[in-house]
Write a protein of this length. Structure first.
Ligand SMILES: Cc1cc2nc3c(=O)[nH]c(=O)nc-3n(C[C@H](O)[C@H](O)[C@H](O)COP(=O)(O)O)c2cc1C
Length: 424
């Protein structure tokens, strides 16, 4: 098991001996805005391409607390800390000048960071030799936004949240009937340098929604952006820095070339993405077996990727009509019984989610490429959100669980990556 993962496990004792006191006034900013002299323009949601971009990471709700107002987004995020930033290259996209952009969440704008030419672009950093028509996305993390609260465990959340953002790209691409491919084997070192991240922000993954332009070779574009602060405050976390740097280079990657198939109606999907929220607690309502099967079909679709790592999905059936209670994996029961209370306890005693929900999930992996496997867990989690909400069923991600006790329950010794619950 990767040392970082072992040293960031939660246990019944650890969460009681390391209480976390936070002052919300010190919360790092969750927005990165490039200075005004960059060329920016607001998204026009009437335009198909810009509507597509908005449905990846746009603001969709406002919450008011005594400490201030907060905005929630299309994509979920552990603790609503939103550590990730989204960048992309466009080439040959209607209505958008060819170039490299930052998606400015706060103002729903695109910031042009760098123009590209026909024979230069980001393609080689993604492993492509020819020019690619369409979008090449990059997902980064400003880890302090999350480590401010979650300390050493935050790298896990940066990766899960990044996976959700990749899942968000996948879901929004379906509005245009497009498939996307995850690209983990990107040149992180070079990209981090060119984007001026200064080790406070890191590239985690690429994602391509583009097709090759035959006979148009491209060379790697060179540029040097200045550092732009995306968290207001910052404290280095040496453990997380080491974990990132040790997992930057991938090894023995296996490609997944089989495309996923989803059966969503565009209009209903768009409404689902726009209205998506995390359910704060379930009322012990049941779901039907048909709904469960529909959701699982979406979850088990392949993820197109240049580094596909195996992630196991364990399912605790609490309330699915016509299905026996028990622990279930890939269509087979591992054990029968009522494990609702157990699932609630394992999710750091969040009983209103994993116990009162219809189904609880635990995702594990023993694969090698930590950044790729963890982000895949986030993508799977995102598919679970989208499919459940599409069916009118609630969903919540659960990043906090008792790692070793989950292992004992599912009877494996893999890394426990994520838990989720769905229900009514
Ligand atoms: C990786 C991840 C872990 C999460 N963990 C929890 C959790 O342990 N408990 C919980 O109530 N919500 C959890 N959530 C839900 C977030 O709190 C929620 O996404 C965030 O507050 C934004 O709200 P929204 O999803 O409704 O937009 C998690 C979400 C993600 C993406």
């Amino acid at each position: 098991m990767f040392w970082y993962h072992s040293t960031t496990k939660h246990s019944y004792n650890s969460v009681r001996t390391n209480p976390n006191r936070l002052s919300w006034e010190d919360q790092p900013s969750t927005y990165k805005n490039y200075p005004e002299h960059y060329k920016k323009r607001k998204l026009d949601l009437e335009k198909e391409e810009e509507n597509f971009l908005y449905h990846i990471a746009g603001l969709t709700a406002k919450k008011s607390y005594p400490s201030g107002e907060y905005y929630l987004r299309i994509n979920p995020s552990a603790g609503a800390l939103y550590p990730n930033e989204l960048y992309f290259q466009t080439r040959g996209v209607e209505g958008i000048e060819d170039g490299i952009y930052h998606y400015e969440v706060l103002s729903s704008s695109l910031t042009l960071l760098q123009r590209i030419t026909d024979d230069e672009g980001l393609e080689p950093y993604f492993g492509y030799k020819t020019a690619m028509k369409g979008y090449l996305f990059l997902v980064s993390a400003i880890y302090y936004r999350s480590s401010w609260k979650y300390k050493n465990r935050a790298f896990r959340y940066c990766l899960l949240d990044a996976g959700h953002l990749l899942g968000s790209i996948e879901a929004s691409a379906l509005l245009k009937s497009n498939v996307v491919e995850m690209r983990y084997d990107i040149d992180r070192e070079k990209l981090n340098l060119m984007f001026g991240f200064e080790d406070r922000e890191w590239m985690l993954a690429g994602c391509s929604m583009a097709i090759p332009i035959e006979d148009q070779d491209v060379s790697p574009i060179e540029f040097s952006l200045p550092y732009v602060d995306g968290s207001r405050t910052f404290e280095p976390n040496p453990l997380i820095e080491q974990a990132y740097h040790e997992t930057m280079h991938l090894e023995s990657c296996k490609r997944e070339v089989k495309a996923p198939e989803f059966t969503y109606y565009t209009e209903k999907l768009q409404e689902t993405l726009f209205k998506r929220r995390s359910q704060r607690g379930f009322q012990e309502g049941a779901i039907t077996k048909g709904q469960f099967n529909y959701i699982m079909e979406s979850v088990h679709q392949p993820v197109l990727s240049d580094c596909d790592e195996e992630v196991s999905v364990y399912v605790v059936i609490n309330r699915v009509l016509d299905m026996p209670l028990g622990l279930y994996k890939e269509g087979e029961y591992l054990k029968y019984g009522d494990f609702a209370r157990k699932a609630g306890y394992l999710s750091l005693e969040q009983y209103s989610l994993s116990m009162q929900g219809a189904v609880a999930f635990f995702l594990t992996s023993k694969a090698k490429n930590y950044q790729a496997l963890y982000q895949k867990a986030g993508i799977i989690g995102h598919r679970l959100y989208v499919a459940s909400l599409y069916m009118g069923i609630g969903c919540s991600g659960i990043g906090a669980y008792y790692d070793d006790e989950v292992n004992a329950f599912v009877e494996n010794d893999e890394m426990v990556l994520y838990a989720l619950a769905i229900g009514k």
